[in-house]
Ligand binder design. Structure first.
Ligand code: NIG
Ligand code: FE
Length: 408
């Protein structure tokens, strides 16, 4: 049973290609009516409209919308505990960076993550991945960053590797040892940078535990100069740079991203013009996280300006226990339309092809076309507009991963 036909697709909506789409191309997607997709051994082997070929197995899409499986290009998937205790502080408008500076925030999750065994972290993240799959996500980036010491960062990354083997969602690992400055290093930050560059990065590379190196470049966390040093060290060990930039204060992260050739810069809530220019020049993908803006009660990244400047925009969840405990990319799509003023077509590219490109996966996933992995979602929606317009329901019907039904 290896030829599977998905037939009776009311609308097939997909970007095309194997690289990120920028400018007007971001909204240029293919929309096919009365379509079908043929898959073989987990790959898409034909796509068409009208009369469908025969197959060993048929999945009837019931005249509904089909898109590529969603790609979540930014998550902090592995962590111990939760942080519901911060909700009361949020309601009282205590700033995110103030909670962090007082030893809460990321630091409290670091403690809970240290206290958890690797197996416990795996079990917990597996439940999150099941939920993501149920929302239509089939590929996901996952960061470390709640270890902040060598053995604990390796524990998180090994958990990601184990999950990639045991869960249908494809996981792409990122080393984020530079997620916060541990309190013990407050007066000797240079020592922590040395630990990152001379011990953690080589250890991560030695075990091939990550593809990317990320830094939280933010007031009170790491400066742009420190981020540059860490990302350059990562590069020497084959880790491709990513950066959390301009989330709360614009301290040069997006400018650095373009200059250093980062594959993506994330957040960009307060991204200045020079940052947009630098990313456009450097070919950096803007990975915007609108659910985090919502959750922090912050402003929204200038995604339209980025598209106009020729920067490819990806959209992701930022799932984490502090600034965005949300696994649902459908909500991110709603916010992309309503808050960024992106069109449904631009948004779809943002959560599929551009997201895949932001994590180096665009050769394999991110579009429903011949030669790509057969990762597809049959939605409880007649068309893309409906999917982006409804709010608060889970519209994922059947989720197909490598040609197999994984959910629904
Ligand atoms: O992307 N900004 C840094 N990291 C996460 C938040 C992590 C946390 O609060 O635990 C983010 O928003
Ligand atoms: Fe993040």
């Amino acid at each position: 049973m290896n030829r599977t036909l998905i037939r009776n697709i009311g609308q097939l909506a997909t970007p095309t290609g194997r690289a990120a789409k920028r400018g007007p191309d971001q909204g240029e997607i293919v929309l096919l009516e009365n379509a079908w997709v043929l898959t073989e051994k987990g790959m898409i082997t034909a796509v068409g409209t009208g009369e469908a070929p025969t197959a060993d197995r048929v999945i009837d899409a019931g005249g509904q919308l089909v898109t590529p499986g969603l790609v979540d290009a930014h998550t902090h998937l592995i962590f111990g505990g939760w942080r519901q205790n911060e909700l009361a502080m949020k309601i009282r408008n205590v700033p995110y960076l103030e909670i962090l500076a007082a030893g809460g925030g990321i630091h409290s999750t670091v403690k809970a993550t240290h206290a958890a065994t690797e197996e416990a972290l795996i079990e917990k993240a597996a439940a999150a991945l099941d939920e993501m799959l149920s929302f239509g996500t089939t590929t996901c980036e996952a960061k470390s960053g709640y270890g902040l010491q060598t053995d604990e960062e390796l524990k998180q990354l090994r958990a990601i590797r184990a999950l990639n083997e045991r869960h249908p969602i494809d996981l792409v690992p990122t080393f984020l040892g530079a997620h916060a400055l541990p309190p013990a290093y407050k007066e000797r930050r240079e020592d922590f940078i040395r630990l990152l560059c001379d011990e953690m990065i080589p250890a991560v590379a030695e075990e091939k535990l990550a593809r990317f190196c990320d830094v939280f470049c933010e007031t009170g966390v790491f400066t742009a100069a420190e981020a540059e040093e860490i990302l350059k060290a990562g590069k020497r060990y084959g880790l491709i740079p990513k950066i959390h930039a301009d989330e709360i204060d614009p301290i040069g992260g997006s400018q650095l991203a373009g200059r250093i050739g980062a594959i993506s810069a994330e957040h960009l809530i307060v991204c200045p013009e020079e940052g947009i220019e630098s990313m456009a020049k450097g070919g950096t993908i803007a990975c915007c996280l609108p659910a985090t803006s919502f959750y922090l009660n912050a402003t929204y990244a200038p995604a339209r300006k980025m598209i106009e400047a020729g920067v490819p925009v990806a959209l992701a969840s930022d799932f984490n226990p502090g600034s965005c405990p949300c696994l649902n990319l459908q909500l991110v799509m709603n916010l992309g339309c309503l808050k960024y003023r992106m069109t449904p077509e631009e948004v779809l590219t943002g959560v599929t092809l551009n997201a895949a490109a932001a994590i180096g996966m665009a050769e394999r996933v991110g579009s429903a076309e011949v030669g790509k992995q057969a990762d597809l979602v049959i939605w409880k929606a007649p068309d893309l507009n409906y999917l982006c317009y409804r709010l608060g329901s889970n519209l994922a019907g059947t989720v197909i991963k490598k040609g197999e039904i994984c959910h629904g």
